[in-house]
Design a protein around this ligand. Structure first.
Ligand SMILES: [Fe+2]
Ligand SMILES: [Fe+2]
Length: 145
């Protein structure tokens, strides 16, 4: 849990899905070999990254570019592992990579987003009480989205 409800719900969904794939991979490689299941993992992560990047853009998150590069690298690495899986039928490298990646990424890269929002909100509230200025949320609407 990083402390942003919409992102936490998606992270839980991703972790649950990866766990489900891991279990099905152990029970039956044939099931994991279903290309729909594999592409679902990639689509879920891709969609999650788009939402998270949109949030970072709206809050003017200073680490947006490096975070986006990390997401992009993850998808590139995942594509390589999925290609290898399609050849070897070895599921573990895919599921282990995803499980390790998501835990580390949430801790080191997603959690600081929540910290940034918390700090920005506290600063605005402080400014509002001292200057009687706006208490608007730091999350702004992204143009054309
Ligand atoms: Fe992220
Ligand atoms: Fe995330």
């Amino acid at each position: 849990m990083i402390g942003i409800k919409s992102i936490d719900i998606e992270h839980k969904h991703l972790v649950d899905f990866v766990n489900m794939v891991e279990r099905s991979g152990i029970e039956s490689h044939a099931r994991l070999m279903d290309s729909k299941l594999i592409s679902s993992i990639r689509t879920l992560f891709h969609n999650h990254f788009i939402k998270e990047e949109d949030l970072m853009f709206r809050i003017k998150y200073p680490e947006l570019n490096s975070h986006m590069m990390e997401h992009s690298k993850m998808l590139t690495d995942l594509d390589v592992l999925i290609s290898n899986f399609n050849i070897t039928g070895q599921a573990a490298p895919v599921t282990v990579f995803i499980s390790d990646w998501i835990v580390d990424h949430m801790k080191t890269m997603d959690f600081p987003i929540a910290q940034f929002i918390k700090a920005a909100t506290a600063m605005r509230q402080k400014a509002a009480t001292t200057n009687q200025s706006s208490t608007k949320s730091p999350i702004q609407k992204r143009p054309n989205s």
